[in-house]
Design a protein around this ligand. Structure first.
Ligand SMILES: [Zn+2]
Length: 117
């Protein structure tokens, strides 16, 4: 029986749609006369485990992927109506401080989730 370690890959190809078009030396592969720019490998390690960075070599590649595929994501996960979080009546508080140059006050509004609803 094959062990899990042999089945699991230790890298993902970067999912940036134009990763292989970036002009960097580390992407150059192939023999003389038939060189290519190749999609980068993204090593799977504890630094990118469980994050989006296990699929992308750079922020640019991640943003291009999002740009190219956003409409598809939205079709998969449509928001057809708004969501609401129940809250208690907001409480307005005035804070006053005396400084050497005078009195200064500002207001804050406390917003708390209503756990009973
Ligand atoms: Zn990339």
């Amino acid at each position: 029986m094959e062990s899990e370690a042999l089945i699991m890959s230790d890298f993902n190809w970067c999912h940036g749609p134009k990763c292989h078009e970036e002009h960097t030396v580390d992407r150059v592969r192939g023999v003389k006369g038939s060189k290519v720019l190749r999609t980068r490998k993204v090593p799977q390690n504890k630094w990118n485990e469980g994050t989006k960075w296990r699929y992308f070599c750079s922020r640019g590649c991640m943003e291009q992927f999002l740009h190219f595929n956003l409409d598809e994501f939205i079709r998969l996960h449509p928001r057809t109506e708004c969501l609401e979080t129940p809250i208690n009546n907001p409480i307005k508080e005035t804070h006053t401080h005396d400084y050497s140059w005078g009195r200064h006050s500002y207001t804050t509004t406390k917003i708390e989730v209503d756990e009973t609803r």
